[in-house]
Unconditional design. Sequence first.
Length: 247
Amino acid sequence: MSDNPLQAMFARHQGRLLTKWLHYLDVYHRYLQRFRGQACTLVEIGVFHGGSLQLWREYLGPQARIIGVDINPQCAGIDEPGCEILIGSQSDRAFLRELRTRSGAIDILIDDGGHRMDQLMISFQELFPAIAEHGVYIAEDLHTCYWREYGGGFRHPYSFIEFAKTQIDQLNARHSRDAGSFSVDGFSRSAASMHFYDSMLVIEKAPLPVPAQHARGTPSYPDPNLKPMYSFNERYNAHLRDQDLKR
Ligand SMILES: C[S@@+](CC[C@H](N)C(=O)[O-])C[C@H]1O[C@@H](n2cnc3c(N)ncnc32)[C@H](O)[C@@H]1O
């Protein structure tokens, strides 16, 4: 992205230490720019030395509530004005539930913690439901899904990336014809889109109406297979043309 303020902020950052893969900056900006200057809540799992909390503050602005989560108790000593730092593990369900209570609806969740499969999964299970109606869930460094020492491996049945692939089905579950084995769940109802990038998954939430197919235009040739909606559409178009003629 040629005009990415986050990239510029990262390039000139002189504050606390932070690490980001450079291509993440475009992905972040693509999904997070709508939150800039807004009152929103960002939770980042993985505080490290606190630099990314500073970056988010600069990028999102003074109205953002920024919560950092880390297992390392030394992070508690990072006194970053306007940022809350909670110490606990992202694989501890009780801790994550406490976090949910404290944070309220989360607009932006960035999972940049331990990157182990159990950590990615438990955090997703506990925190995705806490994402605001129009919020966004970002899991990064997903290359660990292919690494055995993180509990992953290529097509490993319990890798987070394999789980994410099954969520693509859930995104489409309203079209299921296999109700016994494949049906709408909370994810189908709340997730609007999933975006896969190198090492990153972004899931945007948005309440979606029940999918409805409409048709516009008139058939180009006699087609006995056209569904009734097309004949309705023809009638509707004729009605519109009539109205035009009356104007
Ligand atoms: C890659 S660093 C985070 C980098 C930081 N977000 C940045 O952009 O500079 C990963 C952090 O996750 C923390 N971490 C590791 N396992 C964790 C766990 N189970 N729960 C919470 N944090 C964890 C580590 O202590 C470390 O600070």
